[in-house]
Design a binder for this molecule. Structure first.
Ligand SMILES: Cc1ncc(COP(=O)(O)O)c(C=O)c1O
Length: 369
């Protein structure tokens, strides 16, 4: 299995059952239906402005719509830029950080390798604070200028950053002038526990919040948003290169999708569907593979299956024979990791269609038994 080369590869192709990631919703139909009504809530003047100006700064209607949709903790007034994915936002912010003289960014010791690549491309070095079952160590090593976290649902391990650690990391940022980059890639899909607020809501002056439609709708849309500390906003707009833009029609369609209430309805239905899948997966494994520990099930579209020691490669091969594309947890270890976690599989349940899901689940059970 190859390492992912971009932020979506772990979510993989649509015909890869059980490879984690995007929602299998008929977004194209929904979006098409909604786009026919764009003019109803976005005035002709706003439309003109959106098409004529730099999309990332203009599109006030889009920004307002998104502000109503993203998690309440995100300060709506600070919702600054629309961009083409978390990865796009990180690329821009890496340039801003490098331009300010930053050298080191702490990233979680397990995560997407793409991120280290994006940071390195801007000349930034990555440091790896330790990660445990309560999330990443909140006080990054000396010399850290920024820290990149998935606090609501650690990717891939699936834990939420514990409350004292959330406080500690924003305290660190406030004390040192450091920046927290908050990757909220699947915050909309929370099943069992109370909502975990965004770090950005705790400390809007030192947290850059990155949200995305890649999991709520589809990664191919390349539609995402970020809320920035006011002191970073102008530099961030300036760091965007002229060709570095996001397509306008999708933004307007998304704005209408949100303001019409259809996006909220879609999220509610998707949450139910994924919770049901998660439940069926947990039940099937408890019955047929009780030695497997199911971890990180409270949120998101993927789960981690803890395996007996030394079993990861064997189970991966067996999954491949069953026609499944799943990843081993070790794939996401950012070398040199300070701690090595036990053998485990990272299993996404967002991709298969409703029809394909029972078969995919049976194949997973066979691979594990
Ligand atoms: C950890 C993580 N961050 C971000 C994203 C989304 O990235 P993008 O918005 O670039 O598609 C994903 C993919 O779903 C992810 O797994």
């Amino acid at each position: 299995m190859t390492r992912p080369t971009d932020g979506n590869q772990h979510t993989a192709a649509i015909d890869d059952p059980l490879s984690g990631g995007p929602a299998d919703v008929p977004i194209s139909n929904a979006a098409a239906a909604e786009s026919s009504r764009v003019r109803r809530t976005i005035s002709p003047a706003q439309l003109r402005q959106t098409f004529e100006n730099d999309v990332m700064r203009a599109g006030r209607g889009v920004r307002r719509a998104l502000a109503t949709a993203v998690r309440e903790a995100v300060r709506a007034g600070r919702l600054a830029l629309i961009r083409a994915g978390v990865s796009h936002g990180l690329r821009i912010l890496s340039r801003v950080l490098a331009g300010r003289g930053a050298r080191n960014v702490a990233v979680e010791s397990y995560g997407l390798h793409t991120y280290s690549g994006l940071l390195a491309a801007a000349g930034l070095k990555t440091l790896l604070p330790p990660l445990d079952t309560h999330g990443t160590d909140p006080v990054p090593p000396d010399g850290t200028d920024a820290v990149l976290l998935t606090p609501a649902h650690q990717f891939p391990v699936g834990t939420a950053l514990r409350r004292d650690r959330r406080m500690a990391v924003v305290d660190w940022a406030g004390r040192t002038g450091g920046l927290v980059l908050e990757d909220d890639y699947d915050g909309e899909f929370r099943f069992d526990r109370q909502r975990v607020g965004a770090l950005q809501g705790l400390a809007p002056d030192c947290v850059a919040y990155l949200g995305t439609a890649s999991n709520t709708l589809a990664p191919g849309l390349r539609l995402a948003w970020m809320a920035l500390p006011p002191t970073l906003a102008a530099e961030t707009v300036a760091a965007k290169e002229p060709i570095d833009s996001c397509e306008v029609v999708s933004q307007l369609t998304m704005a209408e999708f949100i303001t019409s209430g259809a996006y909220s309805r879609h999220l509610r239905a998707a949450r139910r569907r994924y919770r049901d899948r998660r439940d069926s997966l947990v039940t099937a494994l408890a019955q047929h593979a009780p030695e497997v520990r199911v971890i990180g099930t409270a949120a998101g579209l993927h789960t981690v299956l803890g395996l007996p020691p030394g079993k990861e490669q064997q189970v991966l091969q067996s999954a491949t024979r069953q026609g499944l594309k799943v990843a081993g947890l070790s794939l996401y270890r950012n070398e040199p990791s300070l701690n090595v976690m036990a053998d485990a599989l990272v299993v996404g349940y967002g991709v298969p269609s409703d029809d394909a899901w029972p078969q995919a689940l049976s194949a997973l059970v066979r691979a594990l038994s």
